[in-house]
Design a protein around this ligand. Sequence first.
Ligand SMILES: [Fe+2]
Length: 204
Amino acid sequence: MKVEDQALTLCFPTPIWRLDFSDYQSVNTAIRDELEALGWDKLGERQRAIIHPSHTFSEDSFVTVDEVPSIQVVLEFFVSACNAIARERNWDTRETQVTLQNYWVHATPPGELTQYHDHKPGLLSGVYYVDKPENSGDLIFIDVNPYQAYGPRLLPGETDPITRPEITFKADEGTMLIFPAWLPHKVPRNSSDRRRISISFNAI
Ligand SMILES: [Fe+2]
């Protein structure tokens, strides 16, 4: 038989947007200084909220823009990026806009990790890296295809985006990742000797 034409259609691809900023250093320094002024010990004791029962929140600190004014520019960029995504993808936003749902800070000391969780019921979620020491833990996205849970691993599952069960994103300081809020993720143990600082946020 002779193939006249052929095609591959990815029916339900999962988008992950990455933005790398060139002018991040002054913003990150200001955020770091404002968090430092709040006190790292006090950050760990702050009120914790529950978005998803499986989320440990052991490392989440809920701050406000009044306390850490320099995160405002990051939050505003995230919301504008989400609205740009909605326009580019032709999502129906005629009667509403994508807005900020919530935000929080991670100040993850050496030895800590973040377990499997998602950010439902948001629309888009994001993270921005302020301090990202080498080996302090990269974001790992996990496939929710139920076949991954009980089927044999399809080779080459580790390299093929269609069959691999999880993907690690090696982001840097000054990087923002935006992903669907339903997409489960985790972060392995911080194996560095420094704190990893990032800001997480949801849009709805
Ligand atoms: Fe998360």
